[in-house]
Design a protein around this ligand. Structure first.
Ligand SMILES: [Zn+2]
Length: 84
């Protein structure tokens, strides 16, 4: 099965996706990839939960996680899954 975008390209879109600033076209490709890739799908779900939890926890502290930090975590996770 051919992926419209690679896992690496998906990583580049994660921040925009989480921010909901992603374009319709990119979002369609992003979601297409998630439907075909179990690793990315599981991780994006995990990220959603993390963001939700963190935003709930940080309401009192007024501190939100930076999308860059999430992308960094994602990249590290990807490297663990598929070491070069
Ligand atoms: Zn993937």
């Amino acid at each position: 099965m051919t992926h419209l975008i690679s896992c690496k390209e998906l990583v580049d879109l994660v921040a925009d996706y989480m921010d909901e600033t992603i374009s319709k076209e990119a979002r369609a490709k992003f979601e297409q990839h998630l439907s075909e890739c179990g690793y990315c799908s599981a991780y994006v779900q995990q990220m959603h939960m993390t963001v939700k939890l963190t935003s709930q926890l940080s309401e009192s502290e007024g501190d939100k996680p930076a999308p860059d930090e999430l992308v960094d975590i994602f990249r590290k996770w990807k490297n663990e899954q598929k070491p070069d």
